[in-house]
Design a protein around this ligand. Structure first.
Ligand code: KG4
Ligand code: ZN
Length: 346
């Protein structure tokens, strides 16, 4: 089976082709970061228009890389949500159109499902069941993953996502968009013990997160330091490092709690914040100490990409081929909001 995957939920135009025998045979990605940087965040209208410009050439290039024609594909998978509605519609419309012209199934994929399955593309990827910690710019959640399509959200953020907290705090410190990686880099020069920021929701039971209070605590400290003329480069690095430590401590503690609750020994960490080195450095020994393993996607598949959509589409097709082949569904599914584990509503 060979599946073409299309990702356009936010600011990356991604295309991947996954072959059940050979693995990933094509992977093309175009990042819109430079387009949105002057605005300090993603501008949805510009994102949609850029996906329109870039997507088809990327699909053509990926087919060339794989050395196949579209008609030899088994299916076309596309991100149906959650994400920016205009951006989703571009990928969905092209994906369904191509599937229709090649006479193959079109598979709507949940963006977060694709993130959580991404580590399975690696050589020594995890089996089921597992707990997934999904940490991106739009989501922070812990998920009980029993098998393909069988997901239960155990906890999620009540306000800001972890990546969003990184991005907003980076902005406060004058770092350029997207702030997460820049803040993590600055944090390497700082001392994490300089400031003691709150570890949100750790004292409460349960697996939910909240990061907006932490962001506000940093903001108050930044204003105070600024007013006193003390916000020099080293102080900024110390703030970045102390903030990062608060987020990482929280993510690590709740992940361990989720493993205790489910009794599982596998943790998958996926989404953009999963690229954070400090998070990785802390999770490894912590989990090893309790006989559990942590799995990550390859670094280039942590952030949004088409390979993970192709892989998730392939896994869904393998799990239930009849569901996609009996009646070919060429409805373009696009849902800005879509709870993981729930069926599409339209
Ligand atoms: O999964 P992703 O590419 O897109 C979404 O679906 O949101 O995640 C992007 C998020 C951004 O908030 C970005 O700042 C954050 O992941 N991020 C990081 C790092 N690399 C990316 N945050 C902390 N440390 C990093 N190294
Ligand atoms: Zn994502």
């Amino acid at each position: 089976m060979i599946v073409l995957g299309i990702e356009t939920s936010c600011d990356e135009t991604g295309v991947g082709i996954y072959d059940s025998g050979r693995g990933l045979v094509a992977h093309r990605l175009y990042s819109q970061i430079a387009l949105h940087a002057p605005y300090g965040g993603v501008v949805p209208e510009l994102a949609s228009r850029d996906h329109v410009r870039k997507l088809l050439p990327l699909v053509e290039g990926a087919l060339e890389d794989a050395g196949i024609h579209g008609s030899s594909l088994s299916a076309v998978a596309y991100t149906a949500g959650p994400g920016l509605i205009g951006a989703l519609l571009v990928g969905g419309t092209l994906g369904v159109g191509l599937a229709m012209s090649w006479g193959v199934p079109a598979i709507p994929v949940h963006h977060m499902e694709a993130h959580l399955l991404a580590p399975m593309m690696e050589k020594d990827g995890p089996g089921f069941p597992l707990v997934a910690l999904l940490v991106s710019g739009g989501h922070t959640m812990l998920v009980d993953v029993r098998s393909i399509g069988d997901y239960e959200v155990l906890g999620q953020t009540l306000d800001d996502a972890a990546g969003e907290a990184f991005d907003k705090t980076a902005k406060l410190l004058g770092l350029s968009y997207p702030g997460g990686p820049a803040l993590a880099k600055l944090a390497e020069q700082g001392n994490a013990d300089s400031y003691r920021f709150p570890r949100p929701m750790l004292k409460r039971p349960g697996l939910d997160f909240s990061f907006s209070g932490l962001k506000t605590a940093v903001m108050i400290k930044v204003r105070e330091l600024e007013a006193n003329g003390n916000l020099d480069e080293q102080t900024k690095a110390d703030l970045a490092s102390s903030f990062q430590a608060a987020v990482v401590d929280t993510l690590v503690a709740k992940s361990v709690r989720a493993l205790d609750q489910t009794g599982y020994q596998r943790l998958v960490v996926a989404g953009g914040v999963g690229a954070n080195q400090s998070l990785r450095q802390q999770l490894g020994p912590k989990l090893a100490g309790r006989g559990a393993c942590v799995y990550y996607p390859g670094l280039e598949y942590c952030t949004d990409n088409g390979a993970m959509i192709a892989f998730a589409g392939l896994e869904s097709l393998k799990a239930d081929p009849a569901a996609y082949q009996a009646v070919l569904d060429y409805t373009v599914h696009a849902q800005a909001r879509w709870e993981l584990g729930q069926p599409l509503s339209g």
